[in-house]
Design a protein around this ligand. Sequence first.
Ligand SMILES: [Zn+2]
Length: 162
Amino acid sequence: MVGGGDGPTCARCGSSAGSVADGGESLIQTRYDDGTVGPWVCAGCRRGPPVRNECGALDLTLLQEARARLAAELFSADALSSPLARTLTVCEEAGELARAERLLVDDPGGERLDAADAVGDVVIALAGYCTARGLSLDACVGFAWRRVVARWSEGRRRGTPR
Ligand SMILES: [Zn+2]
């Protein structure tokens, strides 16, 4: 179709970059198990906002901003604003890490994917907490790291690292 203004548009950004059904490749709909289909979403919105710096390294500030933007788009303000709710999410994800690690203790050759997933989820959940509490994830981690280095350098090298 040429010049048609009634094709699908991205539900998130409004782009009308063409659908797979129309021979395009950038707009797709998710098909759920119950047979329903989700809204059209473009390739850029599926990838989400960039979270890496120009060197390709993960940028905690970009991650926090991207998470906040996407969450604000998808969830109610009430669901996002409570630091306590975000704290519980951090604990939930940390619990999943504990469970994954427990399984690896029982089966050292087991699949590490669940543990890897949980590590990522913990960091993302922490970004959510920081946003709700008005903190910078980057600043929190940077500050903590400087203190850890100082503490470990003071000669507390025995026992459990903390
Ligand atoms: Zn889009």
